[in-house]
Design a protein. Structure first.
Length: 53
């Protein structure tokens, strides 16, 4: 995942991504947008609460 984000022009290490996932690092708007782009989803999808299945 970090490689995909970096390939999109926003350098991010595995450690940085892991810290965002664990809420140990702030996720800025530009981080959010590029992570969503790497996942092929809208940034809004990443901001929504998980739905029960």
């Amino acid at each position: 995942m970090a490689g995909r984000v970096t390939a999109l022009g926003h350098p991010m290490s595995n450690t940085m991504l892991s810290r965002i996932e664990r809420a140990q690092r702030r996720c800025d708007a530009d981080d959010l947008v590029v992570i969503a782009e790497a996942l092929l989803v809208s940034p809004l999808v990443l901001l929504q609460r998980p739905t029960a299945t």
